[in-house]
Design a protein around this ligand. Structure first.
Ligand SMILES: Cc1ncc(COP(=O)(O)O)c(C=O)c1O
Length: 367
C-alpha cells in the first residue's frame, strides 16, 4: 500500500500465469494470444505484459498506440493490432514491427503499396466479418480480398481471423453461423489451390469456453485470462480465477447522527447514530457513480453497504455500530466481491468495470 495514495489495484501475476496455462490446456495444440488491450483490461499493462509475454504466443492490442507502447516493452513478441486502422497509420506498423489487421481491400492495398515503395515488410492478418459488423471484409465479399492478398509479395499474410459477437451466450446459434461462415471463407483457399495463412483464429473467451470446434490455430484470450468469465451464462469449462484486488483504506471515520443526510443530493439518511467511514476513491477512479446506495465493500474483512452518492474522489460506507480506525483496510473488488457484483450495481458488465479503473489508481504487482 503506498502512503501517497491509499487506494490501489493489486494484480497477482502468478494467478494470471495459472489462468493462461488453464486456457492453454483447454485449447492445445492451438496457440494462445493474450489480449492486453485497455491497460491489460485495467490490470496495468506495464506490469502484466513483461511478466506474461514469455508464456504467450502472441499479444493482442486494440490500437496502434497500444501496439507501439507494447513494442517498447516487448522487443520480440508478435503483436496484433486488432482495431480499425487509418491508411496514414501504416508506416508505424513497419517501423515498430506490428502486425496489421487488414480489414478492407483498400487498407490491404495501401499497406501493400507502402511496403513495396519503401522496401519494408509488413506483417498482416486478414480480418473477415462473419457477423459482428464492426471491422472486416464480409464473408460474402471475401473471395477477391483473399485472392488479392495472396498475390501481394510485399506483405507477410500470416493469419486470417474473425470475431464472434455472441460466443458467451447460452444460445450459440449466431456464433455457430459465424463459425460456419468463417469455414466457408477458409474453403476458398482450397478452391483456389492456395495455402491458408498459418494462423486461423476466431475464438475469444466465449469461444474458448463453448466452441472448441473453433479453436483453429490460435485463440484470443481476453477477459478469461484475467480470471473473469465473459458472461454469467457461458459454460465454465476452464477453471480460471480473478487476479485483481482493488484495495483502499478508511480515510475518515465518525458517528453521524440521524437527520444528517450523507453526500451530494442528500440521497441517504441514517435512522439512528451510525458509524460512517469515508473511502478515498470515487468515480474518477472508476468506482461508478451509478453504484450509489447499491455497492458493498469489505472493511476489516466484513461486508458493509455504501451509502450516499459516490463522489468524484470519495465515497461513504455505513458501518452501523462497528468501530473503525483511520487506515483500516477496505476491499472494493476481490476477496469475495467479484466484478459481476460491481457490474450489477453499476448497470454494466464485468469488462467495463475492469477497464474503467482509471489511471489515477496505482497498480501494484504481486509476483
Ligand atoms: C478482436 C478481439 N479479439 C479478442 C478479444 C478478447 O475478447 P474476450 O475478452 O471476450 O476474451 C477482443 C475483445 O473484445 C477483441 O476485440
Amino acid at each position: 500500500m503506498t502512503t501517497l495514495r491509499p487506494t490501489h489495484l493489486e494484480t497477482h501475476l502468478p494467478q494470471l500465469r495459472k489462468n493462461l496455462e488453464a486456457i492453454r490446456a483447454r485449447v492445445q495444440p492451438a496457440r494462445v494470444m493474450v489480449v492486453l488491450k485497455a491497460n491489460a483490461y485495467g490490470h496495468g499493462v506495464h506490469g502484466v505484459a513483461p511478466f506474461i509475454a514469455p508464456f504467450a504466443d502472441f499479444i493482442g492490442v486494440a490500437t496502434l498506440e497500444e501496439g507501439i507502447h507494447m513494442r517498447a516493452m516487448l522487443a520480440d513478441k508478435p503483436i496484433l493490432v486488432m482495431g480499425g486502422t487509418l491508411p496514414e497509420q501504416i508506416p508505424f506498423f513497419a517501423r515498430h514491427n506490428l502486425t496489421l489487421t487488414a480489414s478492407s481491400l483498400d487498407l490491404l492495398r495501401a499497406a501493400s503499396q507502402y511496403a513495396e515503395s519503401t522496401g519494408q515488410r509488413i506483417h498482416a492478418h486478414l480480418k473477415i466479418d462473419t457477423g459482428m459488423e464492426r471491422v472486416g471484409v464480409r464473408d460474402t465479399e471475401a473471395e477477391p480480398f483473399i485472392l488479392e492478398a495472396a498475390q501481394s509479395n510485399h506483405l507477410e499474410i500470416e493469419g486470417i481471423y474473425s470475431h464472434y459477437a455472441n460466443s458467451d451466450a447460452s444460445d450459440l446459434t449466431h456464433a455457430r453461423l459465424q463459425l460456419e461462415r468463417f469455414n466457408e471463407v477458409l474453403r476458398l483457399y482450397e478452391k483456389h489451390s492456395l495455402p491458408t495463412p498459418a494462423l486461423r483464429h476466431i475464438s475469444n473467451s466465449g469461444g474458448i469456453l463453448q466452441l472448441p470446434e473453433g479453436n483453429f490455430d490460435m485463440v484470443r484470450a481476453g477477459i478469461m485470462f484475467y480470471g473473469v468469465y465473459p458472461s454469467l451464462e457461458a459454460a465454465r469449462t476452464v477453471d480460471v480465477r480473478p487476479a485483481a484486488v482493488w484495495r483502499s483504506r478508511v480515510a475518515y471515520s465518525k458517528v453521524t447522527p440521524p437527520g444528517r443526510p450523507i453526500s451530494y443530493g442528500s440521497l441517504w439518511t441514517a435512522e439512528g447514530p451510525t458509524r460512517i467511514v469515508t473511502i478515498p476513491c470515487g468515480y474518477a477512479d472508476g468506482y461508478f457513480r451509478r453504484m450509489t446506495n447499491q455497492a458493498r465493500v469489505l472493511v476489516n474483512g466484513k461486508s458493509y453497504p455504501q451509502v450516499g452518492r459516490v463522489c468524484m474522489d470519495q465515497f461513504m460506507v455505513n458501518m452501523g455500530d462497528d468501530a473503525a480506525e483511520l487506515g483500516d483496510p477496505v476491499t472494493l473488488l476481490g476477496e469475495g466481491i467479484d466484478a459481476y457484483e460491481l457490474a450489477e450495481w453499476a448497470g454494466t458488465n464485468a469488462y467495463e468495470v475492469l477497464t474503467n479503473i482509471s489511471a489515477r489508481v496505482p497498480r501494484v504487482f504481486v509476483e
